[in-house]
Write a protein that binds this ligand. Structure first.
Ligand code: ZN
Length: 252
């Protein structure tokens, strides 16, 4: 696929903030993130929703979760399908690096057959159908989806998917390479590495026209990371990056 066609009239720079792993148990944490981001100047985000997190309570059965998502959808946020279970129960194999070291056994879509992927997507998107929400995007847990399965997403009508290093417009056939800022908070060494790595990545990204920031529910619980994330967001806005959702970016 080619890069996104350049548009005339000067470069518009975009900041896409995505909030990963919304489910009934993380609702309050994600609500806090939305409130913080609004204070920092980002009013629109893409929210990655897990329909049946770790085989526990379904998002569709939690009235508070559905009501809040509905509010966000009405406000212009982009509700993204983010796997179905977000775990690997029932999956077999997978490399140790990708399933245990890179993710905590959450790489649900790493090795599903096309039929099983399609089945889980059909199950997951019932919530969107019931609520009549738009569903333009699918993002796999840990961004781990074999490239060959983009065709399954395309056939199911998804406009876009993303990976750690790229955004793909599936229907128009363009792809944009862009590494996402992303924090790993599972252990102290991971937090230190994230706090070191992300500002370096940011200084490279601010010379381009797209910055992606991916947050997980616990990221703002660490005061030093929260402060850094706030600073990066405020610097991006000061540099002229405009907040946009993946959904709206896919329409450009
Ligand atoms: Zn996730």
């Amino acid at each position: 696929m080619e890069g996104r066609p350049e548009r005339g009239g000067g470069t518009v720079k975009h900041l896409i903030v995505s909030l990963h792993d919304f489910h009934p148990g993380s609702r309050l944490a994600v609500m806090d993130q939305v409130a913080e981001l609004e204070k920092w100047g980002v009013a629109r985000t893409s929210i990655l929703v897990i329909p049946h997190y770790h085989h526990g309570r379904r998002t569709c059965d939690d009235g508070d979760a559905v009501a809040w998502l509905n509010e966000r959808e009405q406000a212009g946020d982009d509700l993204v399908l983010h796997g179905y279970y977000h775990d690997r129960s029932g999956n077999k194999g997978g490399s140790y690096f990708l399933t245990r070291l890179y993710t905590a056994n959450e790489a649900e879509c790493l090795d599903l057959s096309d039929g099983e992927l399609r089945h889980r997507i059909e199950l997951g998107r019932r919530l969107w159908e019931e609520q009549e929400w738009a569903l333009p995007g699918f993002i796999a847990p840990g961004w781990l989806l074999p490239e060959r399965q983009d065709k399954v997403l395309r056939q199911l009508g998804f406009e876009y998917t993303t990976r750690l290093g790229s955004f793909s417009q599936l229907q128009k056939g363009w792809r944009r390479e862009s590494q996402s800022l992303c924090y790993s908070t599972r252990a102290a060494w991971r937090r230190s590495l994230s706090a070191f790595w992300n500002p370096a990545l940011f200084s490279r990204l601010k010379k381009k026209d797209l910055i992606r920031l991916s947050l997980h529910p616990n990221d703002l619980n660490w005061p030093e990371l929260k402060l850094q994330i706030q600073e990066l967001v405020e610097m991006a806005l000061a540099e002229g990056f405009q907040p946009i959702t993946y959904r709206d970016y896919a329409q450009m």
